[in-house]
Design a protein around this ligand. Structure first.
Ligand code: SAH
Length: 262
């Protein structure tokens, strides 16, 4: 049975049926893309447009054996592109030791894990174009002061310029998801290294948002940060969702100093 893939809920399978939307997603990639990973190709609606682009190094990471068999049957020379694996567990450097881009109509049940992994690979991933559930896509693209602004917004916006491209309705999928979808594009910015300790930055952002009703000053006390310099007190009275990337960089440096004083 390789003519039909039965959609599996636990793999977040909602197959896109609208070719013009699929084409718009692939067309949003930088035209000079040479190294590309598609996450979760399913029955290949995006794949057919990627192949037309003649990208020199194109890999698919797909976890579902039934989808893999479908792709092998319906596309020529697929065996040189396909890797049957779990994207979250796969060591991406084994395929692309240098830079690469990512595209996909992603499995929504693991959206956040995909994005955290992308953050970890920020120095190799030059671009991400793809579809998430609308709420996640909006959150990633939202700015400080917006209720949706969260951990992944700050972490990703520190290293990527992010654009919300368009919304996609439920009825173009089989089966239709319960929510609308959003297509976003993330392009690596010029920041090579933040002006602070990057692993502490991640901890500070997470700590501040995990106690989002407290002021950041109170939230960060749990990390051992105490005697904040007077001139930065205004920052400490704010909540995480009000702070821009630069504010978190400053907070990280303050936290690094005050933690060391202990
Ligand atoms: N791109 C296709 C399929 C989208 S559904 C389309 O637009 O129609 C999401 C796809 O991701 C499915 O094919 C599913 O099998 C795959 N998938 C789910 N979890 C995955 C994982 N951890 N690693 C790789 N692929 C995964």
């Amino acid at each position: 049975m390789t003519d039909y893939v039965k959609p599996k809920k636990h793999l977040g399978q909602h197959f896109l049926r609208d070719k013009s939307i699929a084409k718009s997603i692939v067309d949003a990639l930088n035209p000079s893309t040479q190294n590309l990973i598609e996450i979760g190709a399913g029955t290949g609606i995006l794949t057919q447009f990627i192949i037309e682009k003649d990208i020199s190094n194109f890999k698919i990471i797909e976890i579902d054996t039934e989808s893999v068999n479908y792709l092998l049957k319906h596309f020529e020379n697929m065996n040189q592109h396909i890797i049957e694996a779990d994207f979250l567990r796969f060591d991406l450097e084994t395929i692309f030791p240098d830079h690469f881009s990512i595209v996909g109509n992603f499995p929504y049940n693991i959206s956040n894990q995909i994005l955290f992994k992308a953050f970890d690979y920020r120095n190799q991933i030059t671009e991400i174009v793809g579809m998430f559930q609308k709420e996640v896509a909006e959150r990633i693209a939202s700015k400080p002061g917006n209720k949706k602004y969260g951990i992944l917004s700050v972490l990703l916006q520190a290293f990527y310029d992010i654009d919300y491209l368009f919304t996609v309705n439920e009825d173009v999928f089989d089966p239709p998801p319960k929510v609308k979808s959003g297509v976003i594009k993330l392009v690596r910015n010029k920041v090579i290294q933040l002006d602070c300790n990057e692993s502490l930055f991640k901890t500070v952002v997470k700590t501040a948002f995990n106690q989002r009703r407290k002021t950041v000053g109170n939230a960060l006390k749990s990390m051992g940060a105490k005697d904040w310099p007077e001139e930065h007190k205004h920052l400490l009275n704010k909540r995480a969702e009000q702070l821009a990337v630069e504010d978190f960089v400053l907070l990280t440096n303050l936290a690094a100093e005050t933690i060391q004083q202990d």
